[in-house]
Design a protein around this ligand. Structure first.
Ligand code: EPZ
Length: 420
């Protein structure tokens, strides 16, 4: 397994261009199953998870080709309706084929995604959504088997104990595009990636209103067509780089970003004393010494994103004073805290609350990544700590960051990838 050797203690400086959003690209690729015609997706990042989604589509008989960052998908007249365990176990987001298959073919057999390091992550709301549209769902040998002669419009509320679900909103919206009649999704997730998926579906000819708000209306149409589309930038990659600039007391310009998608994050950075200047689709982030302590609670969009909680916890580990970080979306998303403590941080975790007693500096150490965003937080800590830090199991990182060592390397970071 590859690992990173991070030689920290240098301020990051320079300019970086953000990639397209992983969490928009994945459902958009799955949505290509909704039409037999060719879809062309531009500026697709080279991520492990994207590779997995393309392999999944190919395993279902879709024609897939890639030249550079442009991906072409043609699902054809009769895609296979099964998403096999061998692929789904590698990436939960494989469940994004459920909605398109039920909506277009009236049948889907999708392996249940297995366990996950950050929480139980049930799929009950996904099933609730497609059942409301008339699908009969059974769980058989670890597979979701969903059948519907023709999906029909309905009103459904998709809010769970931890709030709205991004995945269930996306799946229900995709299935509803080809339904007979109108669907109203209440308690819908408002993440920019959901609105971007709707933008793609509309480009295919779907009739959607209110995407990005808690109430989404989808008027079913009889057929969708192929199209060309460029997804939104990755606000989580942008937020990660912004925190890296703050932690290394550097100055970084980030281009091709949407500052408006990061409202809660930029506010927290500024409260902490980090300087943020935004202009159109770029921003400049400058770290100014140790940040002020702050209390952060993750929440559904437009609240503070859970996918930046680990990176912010790493930043606050260098805070002046004590911060409280509350994780309200996933039950066990503090695996990075114990690893940061190995680097001299002073974090106490109690259930979904971490009390972060700021320290003046982090020390280099060997640490282990446990999930995608935790691994990013450990790389940032390594950049802030003067000396040599080893981050093991970076395969987690490659799932959601595109050659991070090279991108940060262009900002002056010294990160070696050691092949394992
Ligand atoms: C998406 O996951 C993202 N993944 C996650 O990013 C992100 O953390 C999450 O949304 C929240 O923003 C992708 O887009 C591929 P949810 P998703 O359904 O859709 C509960 C990353 O790092 N829930 O919005 O799976 C669930 O357990 C990843 O890029 C149910 O109870 O998240 C959680 O507590 C990690 N029943 C909450 O809702 C359901 O059927 C929100 O989950 C579905 C979800």
């Amino acid at each position: 397994m590859d690992r990173f050797v991070v030689h920290g203690g240098r301020p990051l400086e320079g300019t970086l261009t953000a990639m397209s959003a992983k969490n928009a690209v994945l459902p958009i690729l799955a949505a290509c199953l909704l039409t037999p015609e060719e879809c062309v997706i531009e500026n697709v990042p080279m991520l492990e998870d994207v590779g997995t989604m393309l392999r999944l589509l190919e395993s279902m008989g879709a024609g897939v080709s890639r030249s550079g960052r442009t991906v072409r998908v043609r699902a054809g007249e009769e895609p296979c309706c099964e998403a096999h365990y061998d692929i789904v176990r590698k990436m939960r987001a494989s469940y994004y084929v459920l909605g398109p298959l039920v909506g277009r073919l009236g049948h889907a057999r999708v392996s249940l995604p297995g366990g996950c390091a950050i929480g139980a992550r049930p799929v009950d709301l996904h099933l609730k959504g497609i059942e409301a549209l008339g699908a009969e769902v059974s769980i058989d040998h670890g597979y979701i088997d969903a059948r519907a002669r023709r999906v029909r419009g309905a009103t459904v509320t998709l809010e769970g104990p931890n709030g709205p679900s991004v995945g269930a909103t996306a799946n229900t919206m995709m299935a509803a595009c080809l339904a007979k009649g109108e669907t109203v999704i209440r308690g819908a997730a408002c993440e920019p990636e959901v609105a971007d998926l709707a933008g793609f579906l509309e480009r295919m000819g779907a009739a959607i209103e209110g995407a990005g708000t808690p109430t989404v209306r989808v008027k079913g149409v009889s057929r969708l067509r192929g199209c060309r589309y460029r997804p939104i930038p990755d606000r989580i990659e942008v937020g990660t780089v912004a925190v890296a600039a703050a932690m290394t007391k550097g100055k970084v310009e980030i281009r091709n970003c949407r500052p408006g998608h990061l409202g809660a994050v930029l506010e927290m950075l500024e409260q902490g004393g980090v300087e943020v200047k935004t202009r159109g689709r770029s921003m400049v982030v400058s770290g100014r010494g140790r940040p002020k302590a702050a209390n952060v609670s993750t929440a559904p969009y437009p609240g503070f994103p859970t996918d930046l909680q680990a990176q912010f916890t790493a930043l606050l580990s260098l805070g002046r004073g004590t911060s409280v970080v509350t994780e309200s979306i996933f039950e066990s998303r503090f695996m990075h805290a114990m690893e940061l403590n190995r680097m001299g941080a002073n974090i106490e975790v109690n259930g979904n609350v971490a009390v972060v007693h700021g320290v003046s500096r982090l020390r280099p150490a060997q640490v282990m990544a446990s999930d995608l965003r935790a691994s990013a937080a450990l790389v940032l800590a390594g950049l802030a700590a003067r000396g040599r830090t080893e981050v093991l199991r970076i395969y987690h990182l490659d799932r959601g960051y595109e050659r991070l060592e090279e991108k940060l390397g262009r900002l002056g970071a010294r990160i070696e990838r050691v092949r394992g």
